[in-house]
Design a protein around this ligand. Structure first.
Ligand code: CTP
Length: 409
């Protein structure tokens, strides 16, 4: 039997990037032989094994045929007769369809190296269409390697368009989609992920609420870029430039969904979009079974981002309501993430990327002032239960009034 490194490990070594995961393919072996050598079989769907010592993945060379709709609909054929070339041809991209042996001899029947040099993401064969998740994968690789100059080949875009139009993307499970989306959002150029999905018609299928923002105008005075979709892309871009965590990036993507619902005769204004957007944010969160911290932040940012921008004008009582809504006393980190998302929103405007955002420190100062109100003196005065809560609120309001006066004097 022969063993080859395949996929991302070969690609990233040739790109001069660090290699984290190593996948290997085994040609000329049977399941029984692998088990006899001490490999541990894993994976219900495919003949994959873990090395007894290193724990790395070894997959038997296989060919796949589609037998139904979506990802569940695979049958695979693995046997010692399946060649390396047959295994590689069913992979997604030419740059992912190269193999190398221990001596670093490259097997590259589908010209992955040529495409690496030309900075092109190109599908290997029509077998690409067997797994619709690959539409998201290509968009994710485009987001990851955009800085190196990679773009998607026209013929691959055509295939992605056909897959999107066929309705196949609807068959993807929430878990698989979210894994791709969350990884893509954490790449250096997450806006490219959304742009590529939009260009091939997949965004309309997966997150129509975001797709609907393109072509929706905003007032030019506040938003020189005008288009809400372009603004969303810029906010996402800023979130990556400022190395924000996934929670913030997810909130950035969804913060303005309400603007897609504004009746055209109200354009370019979007009255109460913070509220109209909430049900859309909820729907998207549920569609992908998004982790709770991301769900929560997206809803809070959706509802309160304009409060963030107007922080310095807010009455002390409104400021207090905002802080209470975030439960800043027990969840300080979440409020920091809210502030970050607001700042990314403000910076995601054409020509205003470098403008300072004094609201951020003002909000931090307000949170500090509210937190510094001590409970002990109120307890000593005999307050208990709901009355204690009310007294605490009164004291915090006082503190915020003083803070506001001092900060805006
Ligand atoms: N692959 C594929 N189609 C998929 C998933 C994976 O063709 N839907 C193939 C590709 O050849 C890929 C390899 O399996 O290179 C390994 O997949 P994976 O570990 O998911 O991705 P990597 O390419 O290693 O990329 P990453 O750096 O994102 O892990």
């Amino acid at each position: 039997m022969q063993v080859y490194k395949v996929g991302g490990a070969v690609r990233d070594r040739l790109l001069g990037l660090p290699v984290t995961d190593v996948d290997r393919v085994v040609v000329g072996a049977t399941t029984e032989e692998m088990i006899a050598k001490g490999f541990r079989p894993v994976g219900a769907d495919f003949p994959v094994f873990l090395h007894p010592k290193t724990g790395e993945e070894y997959a038997l060379a296989r060919t796949e045929r589609k037998s139904g709709r979506g990802y569940g609909g695979f049958t695979f054929y693995a046997s010692p007769e399946v060649t390396l070339e047959e295994d590689l041809i069913r992979r997604d991209l030419t740059i992912n369809a190269m193999a190398e042996d221990d001596q670093l001899n490259l097997t590259d029947p589908y010209h992955g190296q040529r495409d690496l040099e030309a900075r092109i993401l190109r599908h290997v064969s029509p077998a690409f269409a067997e797994d619709p998740l690959r539409v998201l994968r290509v968009a994710r690789f485009a987001a990851r390697y955009a800085g190196l100059g990679f773009t998607v080949a026209d013929e691959t875009m055509d295939l992605m368009r056909q897959l999107s139009e066929s309705g196949e993307l609807q068959a993807l499970t929430a878990e698989r989609s979210w894994k791709e989306i969350s990884r893509a959002l954490l790449e250096d150029h997450p806006q490219v992920f959304i742009q590529v999905l939009r260009d091939c018609g997949a965004l309309k299928e997966l997150i129509p609420e975001v797709d609907a923002l393109f072509g929706v105008p905003q007032p030019e005075t506040h938003h020189p870029e005008i288009d809400t979709g372009l603004h969303t892309l810029s906010v996402l871009e800023q979130s990556a430039l400022h190395r924000q965590p996934l929670t913030v990036r997810w909130a950035c993507l969804l913060h303005d969904l309400g603007k897609g619902l504004t009746p055209e005769d109200e354009w370019p204004r979007h009255i109460a979009h913070e509220h109209t957007g909430l049900k859309l944010i909820k729907a998207v969160n549920e569609r992908f079974k998004v982790p709770k911290d991301c769900q929560e932040l997206a809803l809070l940012v959706g509802q309160y981002h304009t409060h963030g921008h107007r922080a310095l004008e807010l009455k002390a009582s409104t400021l207090l309501e905002l802080l209470q809504s975030f439960d800043i006393y027990r969840r300080p980190q979440r409020f920091e993430e809210f502030i970050a998302a607001c700042e990314m929103d403000a910076r995601g405007r054409k020509g205003l990327e470098q403008r300072s955002y004094p609201q951020a420190d003002y909000l931090r100062g307000a949170a500090k002032a509210a937190r510094e109100v001590a409970v002990q003196p109120l307890l000593e005065q005999g307050f208990k239960g709901p009355e204690l809560g009310e007294a605490l609120k009164r004291e915090r309001l006082k503190a915020l009034k003083a803070y506001k006066e001092a900060a805006t004097a």
